[in-house]
Design a protein. Structure first.
Length: 575
């Protein structure tokens, strides 16, 4: 929020501390890898009010005390509660057409910009101490509790009928809670919303950067209304509580266009709802954005130029396989080629690409769809996933007859993918002659740039890493890449990075994700091994000898460059 040098100047100028103390505080702050401001705040070295008065004067903002302020309910709810508590920002009044806002960090421009667009009003900023914001936040709970008392309890023990559920779904507090959940998820760039009933309450969790995080805990009596509201939005049966249901709906505003894929399933304490967010206004990534290093990037570029063959992307669920395929299709999407896809489900609409979705209810499977696509004169075919022998066989024959086929497969690494296809029943010669490239990938969380700091690995951590990885080979690779020198070729003297945790990353130290890749090109030698049904280890060794960068090596390269942490590399590559 404020540079150490400037804060030190202000503290001395206002006689809040002397030179000796200032130097002592600065030294301690540097030791703990934090700013002088955060160090003083966290250790309570100065009265909160005095410190924030100083900041208020520096930013030329009025300091407001919200302790005894009774905020009007309509003003309070202008900012959804999760945003207010996560970013310590609250709406507390109005002045003509302008909204009065109290906040602890006037440099949080991202949140202010979001609120300006959301409220469509000019904001009058006031500084407030974290203590007074905390007090003001209690008013949300009081207001919500008062409103939730109006929602009828499920006291008769019987299921509510369609009409009652429809009324509950239109209840103002329920509508407000659902709107808040959806909007806050979009703001936090969550990929999924989990609404989970327990015995005594309803827990709301978001998946942000691949990790689940609890954001709200609601009373049990809102459960029926909450589920009913989402069912209404997704056009599902309101009074069906025993069978799973799937649906979707969209939310559009000038700032975003998001599709929500809804899955409702009965569990012991009610119905669990999971919503997958698909940001339709997000621009397609370029190959450069994927996070491939220069050698891997060159391999991918040369392979997508080939007119026929198979490119496979492998990895566990949620490792970004579909995003990689969409990125490749976006690059290949030109007026002179016909691209057709068969997906389950269609995650993003792409202009000029013929996308079809499988539908098992009417026996429209991957295999059937793929067979039909071949009659549509395509140049490039994308198959969402190769799950069975029939689909794999048609894909291989399509690749042999002059089509470029893109697809995904569930395997842990690139070298075990040919084995998986052979196990499905595809002849080994067909796998080796049609496959061009296999990409194995994982998604690692990126270090938050706002709170990044460097450190050295402790001996204990190096020992632990040695048990999980072949560190000797990793070091040889890093030296070959020019990231370490032979004289300083050990991990204990190498600088690594992590995030301390701040408001911008929700105290996690991470913000966003990046791919970690392993690209195995099918060279004549690898093709021979595949045809001979060689062991996965032999294929892996040959691929490394041919210059393949493994997932671990790519991960360490990104850790040394300060993109991700060693802990993340360990987490995603040892799954």
């Amino acid at each position: 929020m404020i540079e150490d040098k400037k804060l030190k100047e202000l503290l001395l100028k206002n006689d809040l501390i002397d030179e000796k103390k200032a130097e002592e505080f600065l030294k301690e702050a540097n030791k703990t890898k934090t700013t002088l401001f955060d160090f003083i705040s966290q250790k309570n070295l100065l009265p909160e009010n005095s410190l924030y008065e100083l900041i208020a004067n520096f930013f030329k903002l009025p300091l407001v005390d919200l302790k005894d302020e009774n905020i009007r309910r309509d003003i309070l709810f202008l900012i959804p509660e999760p945003i207010a508590s996560a970013h310590e920002i609250i709406a507390f009044g109005e002045e003509g057409e302008k909204i009065k806002i109290a906040l602890t960090d006037p440099t949080d421009l991202e949140t202010l910009e979001f609120l300006k667009k959301r409220l469509d009003h000019e904001l009058i900023l006031h500084l407030a101490t974290p203590g007074t914001i905390k007090d003001a936040l209690k008013q949300y709970h009081q207001s919500l509790e008062a409103e939730f008392q109006n929602i009828s309890q499920k006291d008769d023990g019987e299921d509510k009928n369609h009409k009652q559920l429809k009324e509950m779904a239109q209840d103002l507090p329920i509508v407000r809670v659902v709107d808040t959940l959806l909007e806050y998820a979009i703001f936090e760039e969550a990929s999924d919303i989990h609404i989970e009933p327990t015995e005594k309450n309803v827990v709301i969790r978001y998946r942000i950067d691949g990790m689940l995080k609890e954001v709200m805990n609601l009373p049990k009596n809102v459960q029926a209304g909450l589920v009913a509201r989402i069912k209404v939005l997704a056009n599902l049966k309101l009074d069906e509580h025993r069978l799973p249901q799937d649906g979707r709906f969209k939310i559009s505003s000038p700032q975003y266009k998001v599709a929500f894929r809804v899955s409702v399933i009965p569990v012991f304490d009610g119905e669990k709802v999971v919503l997958r967010l698909l940001n339709e206004s997000a621009k397609a990534l370029s190959l450069e954005d994927l996070g491939l290093h220069k050698d891997a990037f060159a391999i991918l570029k040369s392979n997508i130029k080939k007119p026929h063959g198979i490119i496979l992307v492998t990895g566990p669920t949620g490792s970004g396989k579909t995003t990689t395929l969409y990125t490749i299709m976006n690059v290949l999407n030109r007026p002179e080629v016909n691209i057709s896809t068969i997906e389950d489900p269609i995650e993003y609409r792409m202009p000029s690409i013929n996308q079809s979705q499988v539908n098992p209810k009417i026996d429209f499977t991957f295999a059937r769809g793929l067979r039909s696509l071949l009659r549509q004169d395509p140049n490039i075919i994308m198959v969402g996933e190769i799950r069975d022998k029939e689909t794999a066989e048609i894909a291989a024959h399509a690749a042999m007859t002059g089509h470029l086929v893109l697809s995904t497969l569930h395997t842990n690494d690139a070298a075990s993918s040919p084995q998986r296809l052979i196990n499905m029943g595809i002849p080994s010669f067909l796998v080796s002659s049609t496959t061009n490239l296999i990409i194995a990938q994982r998604l690692a969380r990126k270090i938050c740039k706002n709170c990044i700091y460097s450190y050295n690995l402790e001996k204990e951590m190096v020992k632990q890493l040695d048990k999980s990885f072949d560190l000797k080979k990793v070091l040889e690779f890093l030296i070959a890449q020019g990231l370490l020198t032979k004289t300083h070729g050990n991990l204990e003297t190498t600088l690594f990075y992590r995030g301390k945790g701040c408001k911008k990353c929700g105290q996690s130290g991470y913000k966003g994700r990046i791919g970690i890749y392993e690209l195995m090109e099918i060279t004549p030698k690898i093709a021979e091994l595949v045809t001979a049904k060689a062991a996965v280890e032999d294929i892996q060794q040959e691929a490394i000898a041919s210059g393949m960068t493994t997932l671990t090596q790519d991960g360490f390269m990104k850790a040394i460059k300060g993109v991700t942490t060693v802990e993340e590399v360990l987490r995603v590559t040892q799954e």
